[in-house]
Design a protein. Sequence first.
Length: 86
Amino acid sequence: MDNTEIIGFAAAILTTAAFLPQVYKTWRTKDVSSLSLPMLVIFFIGIVMWLWYGILKNSPSMIFANSITVISSFLLMYFKVKYTKK
């Protein structure tokens, strides 16, 4: 593993870890009032594209981070739909 991938993994861990508390808080409180569904959908599509890019570039750090973030952002979209009061 070269220095570039080490930096990539450090960035991947920090940015992915920063997103997880929001997923946990939303799951625990079921409060989705501050989440924007259009933003979540756009973010999800962007992360899927970053994952695809990481696969094409064969970048383990990008694949690792974006795989976890795809799951996390999907969960937030699911929570937004499930817990939105009708």
